[in-house]
Design a protein around this ligand. Structure first.
Ligand SMILES: [Zn+2]
Length: 74
């Protein structure tokens, strides 16, 4: 049995860079979690395991400029 959980806003996730949807937490097999785009399974999703907001954010960062704003803390 599978289900989905909305990511709390306090997690401060990027939206899907392809379609702009907020990611959801999907319950994968073996009690693992992954973050995925709710719209399309071909859009980025993290590997099953712990909920990895950082990984999602890195892969969905909007690279409009080449500096490292995305790396700054806070
Ligand atoms: Zn998407």
């Amino acid at each position: 049995m599978k289900g989905y959980i909305n990511v709390p806003e306090s997690f401060n996730c990027q939206r899907c860079k392809h379609c702009g949807s907020a990611p959801i937490i999907s319950l994968a097999d073996h009690g693992l979690y992954l973050l995925k785009c709710p719209t399309d399974d071909t859009h980025y999703q993290t590997k099953p395991g712990a909920i990895d907001i950082d990984d999602w954010n890195i892969h969905n960062a909007r690279l409009y400029d080449n500096d490292l704003k995305m790396m700054s803390a806070g």
